[in-house]
Design a binder for this molecule. Structure first.
Ligand code: SF4
Length: 366
């Protein structure tokens, strides 16, 4: 890292809100926050955890650190299953878990899944009860992490997360991704030794909220000056990148654009994301009607729609024109759980920018 340049740009901040949100004592976390930090000394870390949802920005973050020439044996990919593994298929793309498994195999790096038991649907149906345990895959096997309910009160959700930049009301990202990752770090002894770099693929260009993110900061699991000496930095290597740069790195490495972009989605994220706009809901209604009906049924059961305008997803769908999907191979894949397409472009084939690139359709917050 070019320390002198960035030392002048230290901002202390967003992490405060995160720490509050998770009830963490801020005084335990040392300062080390950089608003801009496009490079770090990767060799100085013992563990490099790359969160990969299977979308283009996770790919860009992963490929960018491979390009730096870092020792690959330090890298591991993490994927949070939004639907969990208990039978729900309300939110995720069906093939996304297997896609991540196969992309990790293609690059010869380990992949660890983690999830909230019952997934999004289980959490949403919580009624005067506690959230379910988390499950994490680790090098030593699968661990089920019970909740400490001694000081907690039972809670009720029974409605979809609110469309908001505030992670407390848009509870899905917090409950199904951020909190799962937090517990996966806190509950593995191996992270109490050495230095860990936790990497995510947000970009400033995506939203005004993300424009304010710091590029490097202590992760909220960091306890470098506490008894554990657990050093965990959170780095966002592509935070300053444009979408052009993201597609360019996929092309450089001959990574075939993930299926959602081939279908016309501008984001990967959850297939039935609460941020989907009329055109995406219309497309879903045309090609995946059962997924839209499942969401609508819950909206009616809860007497609360995802939209603040009190129109259900089927009504929203009628206000948009479906995307014309001309990629039959991608469409067939979207219906299957097993990922059967190649990850990398075969020799002799020309890389193509997908239909959903640079799209304006709203479909997904993370
Ligand atoms: S992609 Fe959408 S629905 Fe899924 S966790 Fe993120 S905000 Fe929630």
């Amino acid at each position: 890292m070019t320390t002198h340049k960035y030392d002048d740009q230290v901002i202390i901040p967003a992490i405060g809100a995160q720490l509050d949100m998770w009830g963490v004592d801020e005084s335990l976390t040392p300062v080390g926050v950089y608003f801009e930090c496009p490079e770090v000394d990767l060799d100085s870390y013992d563990h490099i955890v790359v969160c990969h949802s299977g979308g283009k920005d996770g790919w860009a973050a992963f490929l960018s650190i491979l390009e730096s020439g870092v020792d690959r044996s330090k890298i591991e990919l993490w994927h949070h299953d939004v639907d969990g593994r208990e039978g729900s298929s309300l939110m995720d793309w069906l093939f996304m878990a297997d896609y991540n498994r196969k992309l990790a195999e293609a690059f010869g790096v380990p992949l660890y899944f983690s999830w909230l038991e019952g997934g999004f649907e289980g959490e949403m149906l919580k009624h005067e009860s506690f959230s379910k345990p988390h499950v994490i895959e680790t090098p030593d096997g699968v661990k089920r992490l019970e909740r400490n309910t001694t000081r907690a009160k039972p809670g009720t959700r029974r409605r979809f997360p609110q469309v908001s930049m505030d992670l407390q009301t848009r509870w899905c990202s917090g409950a199904l991704k951020i909190d799962v990752g937090r517990r996966a770090i806190n509950n593995q002894e191996r992270f109490n030794r050495g230095r860990t770099l936790f990497i995510t693929g947000e970009r400033r260009e995506e939203s005004s909220g993300r424009a304010k993110y710091n590029q490097l900061e202590p992760h909220f699991c960091d306890r470098r000056s506490g008894k554990l000496s657990r050093h965990v930095d959170h780095w966002r290597p592509v935070l300053h990148w444009s979408e052009e740069e993201v597609w360019a790195i996929l092309e450089r490495h001959r990574v075939i654009p993930p299926v959602p972009y081939r279908l016309g989605w501008g984001r990967s994220s959850c297939m039935t994301c609460i941020y989907n706009g009329p055109r995406i809901w219309a497309t879903m209604r045309e090609y995946f009607p059962e997924r839209v009906r499942a969401i609508q049924a819950y909206e009616h059961e809860f007497k609360t729609t995802i939209s603040r305008d009190r129109i259900d997803v089927v009504d929203i769908a009628t206000r948009g024109k479906p995307l014309e999907i001309d990629d039959a191979e991608a469409l067939e894949q979207a219906m299957k759980t097993e990922y059967t397409l190649p990850i990398m472009l075969p020799e002799g084939q020309r890389w193509q920018i997908p239909k959903g690139a640079f799209g304006v359709e709203s479909c997904g917050a993370d």
